[in-house]
Design a protein around this ligand. Structure first.
Ligand SMILES: Cc1ncc(C[n+]2csc(CCOP(=O)(O)OP(=O)(O)O)c2C)c(N)n1
Ligand code: SF4
Ligand SMILES: [Mg+2]
Length: 346
């Protein structure tokens, strides 16, 4: 792990060294997000909550913005959370997380609380994070002197309010805002927002950014542990298959996450103190040990793409190819260098 960034006297909250789990057999048995929630069968976002807090451990405060992971997990007078948990407004995970981290820091500085590592994790959905709460997340990531992790669970729609299109919804997907019709087949023409890459490029003060998918659960949990050990503002973006919104049999959740990674649709990587590393299968792809599988294999398993013609699938494939073959950093940073400009005399 890279040495911590020097932020002077400002980093008062202690962090802890959470070592990586070596395998699934080494995971602790304790649960801090338990049974009793009301998410759909096969909901990967619920799995993200469970594994995220298992990775963090009991000295953790979780804050969550409105969405499925609020509504389904905190039915009146009951909750699946074992650790302290607080709901925050839909676009506020960044500010709520920063406020909680600042409060802990102030209480510890004033001697009103024992100085000990307490994890603050603020989660949000893609609607609450990539769209509505983007400015609060961005502002929070510019504060190097508070320890918190923001985790965006991305089910690629405003799922809780019945699958409306978000800035994270993939091209062409059928949502309640983009139903294919006989006159226009493709109703959503925008490409998915590159959230983690955008935050990494624009926020050098953010000390750790990672993309994860719970189909690779130990790796995802280790990203959470690394983020919490590094401290400072950190960000994790997880891609979560959603049986309701993506329209598939709930048994397919794990497989769909793996197909997203193997097809290159969802690159796994981390940016630690400004150093980029591809991870897992994405590293194998980037280093030529594995060929990407066709995106068709991923798309055809989901009802939200059932209206796709060959032409639509080819377009989708061409955009994923572009991410891997033409981006400055494959799957992460899209800028292209103007080679001619470099050669031109000053
Ligand atoms: C300011 C505000 N606008 C709209 C809503 C209604 N609303 C509640 S949950 C939700 C969807 C949030 O989507 P996302 O953040 O992606 O979480 P998901 O439901 O997909 O888990 C919406 C629009 C709200 N609660 N607050
Ligand atoms: S709609 Fe999707 S994200 Fe929401 S509870 Fe169901 S499976 Fe989970
Ligand atoms: Mg969502």
């Amino acid at each position: 792990m890279a040495p911590p960034m020097n932020t002077g006297l400002l980093r008062i909250q202690p962090t802890q060294q959470l070592d990586a789990f070596k395998s699934v057999k080494k995971l602790p048995l304790e649960e801090y997000f338990t049974s009793g929630h009301r998410t759909c069968q096969g909901c990967e976002s619920a799995l993200v909550m469970k594994m995220m807090v298992k990775a963090a451990g009991p000295r953790t405060i979780v804050l969550g913005s409105t969405g499925c992971m609020y509504v389904a997990n905190t039915t009146y007078y009951s909750t699946s959370w074992v650790v302290p948990w607080m709901h925050t407004q839909l676009g506020s995970s960044g500010s709520a997380g920063l406020g909680a981290a600042a409060a802990l820091k102030a209480l510890m500085r004033k001697g009103k609380m024992k100085k000990e590592p307490i994890n603050v994790i603020a989660f949000c959905g893609d609607g609450g994070g990539a769209d509505m709460g983007l400015s609060a997340i961005s502002a929070t990531l510019t504060h190097p002197d508070y320890n918190l992790l923001i985790l965006m669970y991305d089910n690629e729609s405003y799922a809780n309010t019945d699958i409306q299109l978000s800035g994270s919804t993939p091209y062409g997907a059928n949502t309640t805002f983009s139903p294919p019709g006989s006159v226009r087949r493709i109703m959503h023409h925008r490409w998915k927002k590159n959230m983690a890459g955008m935050l990494a490029a624009g926020h050098p003060t953010c000390r750790y950014i990672a993309t994860v998918c719970m189909s690779y659960g130990v790796q995802a949990m280790n990203a959470v542990r690394k983020a919490l050990s590094i401290g400072g503002p950190t960000f994790i973006h997880s891609l979560d298959p959603c049986p309701k919104g993506w329209d598939y049999d709930p048994i397919g959740s794990h497989e769909l996450g793996a197909l997203a990674v193997k097809s290159g649709v969802w690159p796994l990587y981390e940016v630690e103190e400004g150093v980029v590393r591809m991870l897992g299968k994405s590293k194998d792809i980037a280093q030529g040990r594995m060929k990407r599988i066709p995106v068709r294999d991923y798309l055809r398993k989901q009802g939200r793409f059932a209206h796709f013609t060959d032409e639509d699938t080819e377009y989708f494939q061409s955009k994923v190819d572009e991410m891997w073959d033409r981006w400055l950093i494959p799957g992460i940073i899209p800028f292209k260098k103007d080679v001619e400009e470099d050669k031109a005399p000053a």
